[in-house]
Write a protein that binds this ligand. Structure first.
Ligand code: IPM
Ligand code: MN
Length: 353
């Protein structure tokens, strides 16, 4: 297969983990005889500094002309601490999602046996937890009409029927390939937008008689996720709730540095870690590259390259088992590995298979 990949390293630790992702992808493609070409493009604070736009037209065009985007992270404290900044790095991410029509964000929450002790939850509670959060990514409050002056401000949680239908369809289809259980997360006891979601979900559920569908208020779901994470199989929710719940979900696994995501929709799909740019760690070779590497696995799987994806996942498991780990998940007294060393180990493992 020939793959053309747009690589968007972005800010902070982005370039370091991006390099590992590309190296792993190269190794797997070489092993399986795939031809892969990369085109690098600017985004985030880096792009603001260089060309004044967090998602430049050039980057958009490169993404459009690629089969997939390998994205790392955007964000820089110099913008976080300046509420008057006319443009911010995060706008680049939102523009990318909107312009590429990436309405479905798939965020898997999984645990790793050897890291159960790293979870803030008791090991017996999280052992075996394995669910997908399907987050609607191009609608809701993030993109609805906004207003702000000195005395009042609002954001509009606007959703239309086609937007809700298409994301629910994604959830039902994923459930069919998993444990056939969809939980629709909303706040239908208070919000009109949620009542529309629930109404449409109730209309669609009979089309998927093989899937058990249940409904949960978001506050209750936040609680259930830490009380009984194994309850969930596929959870589907609106943009804002999904943003919040997936941060909560990510710590279940013990480190935010482990969870990848895929964003799919009308145009080129994007594969990225769920964590941010961690500017404090920039250039220190301490960031965990595994979320980025696992997003490469999701990329392969998206194109039906299941053996390739499985090899990436095996390499990740093997590195964890061999204690080749970045500092935040290193066992006490274990050898020290940085971002680059973990990457080199993964590439070597893949080459030896
Ligand atoms: C995420 C991030 C983004 C979001 C930010 C950086 C705009 O938190 O991907 O979850 O809120 O969607
Ligand atoms: Mn988030």
């Amino acid at each position: 297969m020939e793959l053309k990949i747009a690589v968007l390293p972005g800010d902070g630790i982005g370039p370091e983990i991006s390099a590992v992702g590309v190296a792993v992808m190269d190794a797997v493609c070489a092993k399986f005889g795939h031809k892969v070409r990369y085109e690098y493009a600017l985004c985030g604070a880096d792009a603001i500094d260089k060309v004044g736009d967090p998602f430049p037209e050039d980057t958009y065009n490169i993404c459009r002309q690629s089969d997939a985007v390998l994205f790392s992270a955007v964000g820089d404290p110099k913008y976080d601490n300046d509420p008057t900044a006319p443009v911010r790095p995060e706008q680049g991410l939102l523009a990318m999602r909107k312009r590429l029509g990436l309405y479905a964000n798939i965020r898997p929450v999984q645990t790793f046996k050897c890291l159960l002790h790293k979870s803030p939850l008791r090991a017996e509670l999280v052992d075996g937890a394995d669910f997908l959060c399907i987050r609607e990514l191009t609608g809701g409050m993030y993109f609805g009409e906004k207003y702000q002056d000195n005395d009042k401000a609002w954001d509009t949680n606007y959703y239309t029927r086609p937007e809700v239908e298409r994301i629910l369809r994604v959830a039902f289809e994923y459930a069919r390939r998993r444990r056939r259980h969809v939980t629709v997360v909303d706040k239908a006891n208070v919000l009109a937008s949620s009542r529309l979601w629930r109404q449409i979900a109730q209309e669609m559920a009979p089309q998927y008689p093989d899937v058990t569908t249940d409904y949960m208020f978001v506050d209750n779901a936040a609680m259930k996720m830490i009380q009984e994470p194994r309850f969930f199989d596929v959870m589907v929710t609106e943009n804002t709730f999904g943003d919040i719940l997936t941060d909560e979900g990510s710590v279940i696994s013990g480190s935010m540095g482990l969870l990848p995501s895929a964003s799919t929709g009308d145009s080129t799909p994007v594969f990225e870690p769920i964590h941010g740019s961690w500017p404090q760690a920039k250039g220190q070779n301490i960031a965990n590259p595994l979320a980025q590497v696992l997003s490469v696995a999701m990329l392969f799987e998206h194109f039906g390259l299941m053996d390739e994806g499985a090899l990436v996942r095996r390499a990740v498991d093997a590195s964890l088992d061999a204690n080749v780990r970045t500092p935040e998940i290193q066992i006490e007294g274990g050898a020290k590995y940085g971002t680059r060393e973990v990457g080199a180990w993964l590439v070597d493992y893949i080459n030896r298979q």
